[in-house]
Design a protein around this ligand. Structure first.
Ligand SMILES: Nc1ncnc2c1ncn2[C@@H]1O[C@H](COP(=O)(O)OP(=O)(O)O)[C@@H](O)[C@H]1O
Ligand SMILES: [Mg+2]
Length: 414
């Protein structure tokens, strides 16, 4: 059994890798085609497949040995019963018996010993099942350990998601008004999203500090622009804010929750699921309303128009038209960013964290989108390169590399 378990573990791992490679090819088919990379991708996929097949072959050989062992044992078991009775008979112990009695004695004995051996060999048969079980258990154990490590480090954060919110938060203008009252009581004017005190962090797989001793408070009404050269850790800072990465020093507190009326992160790579246009806009909320909730529809249509996606709406033929297409293939990068903004406006969170969210748009569209953000009362934390972005923010955090940073206020000339 010993050699089977690690081989099975490796086999499972390679099978996972192979499927992942397949998925990668499917998702990036167009980009690969532009590079004419079919041959390379096939070679790489083949290499992974060959390694998987080699491991599978090794596993089959090892299992075969175990099977042969088990079957020989079963087979020999029945012979042993006759050998056992033959010894006393040939030694002359039963010489006095008549042939008929002798036959009875032999068959009785054979029955008892075959039964005994059968029970025992059933135990041996279990070895194949047990070794497979041990292999799977090992893989699942590894997964559980990894999850355990993650949730231990996440535990003190108490991360919540949009999905955990009660249905009353799930959009609609009505619920907004109800909540306004509660918010007033807490003094909405200086809500705080994040408090960072002497925070330092590194890039993944690296010892060098990207940012050192960063002290920062992000409050509502005070929008922040994060700039810096490529690779200085802008996106990593957002990961830290989101709790996706550990900090090495200092303290970080997130004082507002995720979701509408809270904080929404728009990642650098737009994210879409399969489904209707409505499902893209309300993501990550699930469809819970009857499909044509009038107030909701009006808002979604309004925001699609406002972000310049009117033509897209015509193409899909409606909010709830079942389109079987892959959203990444049918939208241009700019349209993806516009759709992401439509999503942001629909959720209308108090804080919006945008990672290069307008990089593929013209400056006019950018101005229009930031104008709507202000109009909807959102405080934005943006990451971006363009100098045109500065005028939509109150302060600028410049990441200078090697852990250095600079925080300055923006002078508005109006
Ligand atoms: N998943 C990752 N694994 C290893 N290194 C990473 C990963 N993500 C980012 N890095 C590295 O961390 C540094 C900062 O990355 P990032 O915060 O994405 O930069 P940017 O300021 O351009 O957004 C870069 O040197 C990048 O190569
Ligand atoms: Mg980035």
């Amino acid at each position: 059994m010993g050699p089977i378990i690690p081989t099975l573990v490796q086999q499972e791992k390679l099978e996972g890798d192979f499927r992942f490679k397949h998925m990668q090819v499917r998702v990036n088919a167009e980009s690969a085609a532009f590079y004419r990379a079919g041959r390379v991708e096939q070679m790489r996929t083949d290499r992974i497949l060959q390694e998987l097949l080699r491991t599978q072959g090794r596993l089959v050989t090892r299992e075969l040995r175990l099977y042969i062992g088990v079957n020989i044992f079963n087979y020999l078991g029945s012979i042993v019963s006759y050998l056992a009775i033959a010894i006393p008979i040939f030694a002359g112990r039963y010489d006095g018996l008549a042939p008929a009695d002798l036959i009875e004695l032999v068959s009785k004995n054979a029955f008892v010993s075959i039964y005994l051996i059968n029970c025992f060999s059933r135990l041996i048969d279990l070895s194949t099942t047990v070794s497979e079980l041990a292999g799977y258990t090992h893989r699942i154990g590894e997964l559980q350990e990894a999850i355990g490590r993650l949730s231990a480090s996440r535990g003190r954060r108490g991360a919540s998601t949009l999905e955990d919110l009660p249905p009353s938060h799930e959009s609609g203008l009505d619920s907004e008004e109800e909540e306004e009252g509660e918010m007033d009581g807490q003094g909405q004017s200086d809500h705080t999203a994040f408090i960072l005190e002497r925070v330092s962090f590194t890039a993944p797989w690296s010892e060098e500090l990207l940012v050192k001793n960063l002290t920062l408070k992000i409050t509502s009404g005070q929008s922040l622009l994060i700039i810096g050269n490529t690779g200085t850790g802008k996106t990593t800072l957002l990961r830290v804010l989101n709790g996706l990465r550990e900090i090495t020093q200092g303290s970080l507190r997130m004082a507002t929750c995720f979701g509408p009326r809270g904080i929404l992160f728009l990642p650098q790579k737009p994210y879409f699921t399969d489904g209707t246009l409505r499902e893209q806009v309300i993501y990550p909320l699930k469809e819970i309303y009857p499909l044509s909730g009038s107030a909701d529809d009006k808002r979604i249509l309004h925001f699609l128009e406002a972000t310049g996606l009117g033509p897209l709406l015509k193409r899909t033929g409606g909010l709830d038209e079942r389109v079987g297409w892959n959203w990444y293939d049918v939208l241009s990068p700019g349209e993806m960013q516009q759709l992401t903004f439509a999503r942001l406006f629909y959720h209308q969170p108090e804080f919006a964290v945008l990672d290069e969210a307008t990089s593929a748009l013209t400056e006019e569209t950018e101005a229009e989108l930031y104008h709507i953000c202000t109009h909807l009362g959102m405080t934005v934390v943006s990451v971006g390169h363009r100098s045109s972005l500065e005028k939509y923010h109150d302060s600028v955090l410049h990441l200078l590399g090697d852990g250095k940073w600079e925080l300055s206020a923006v002078q508005h000339h109006t």
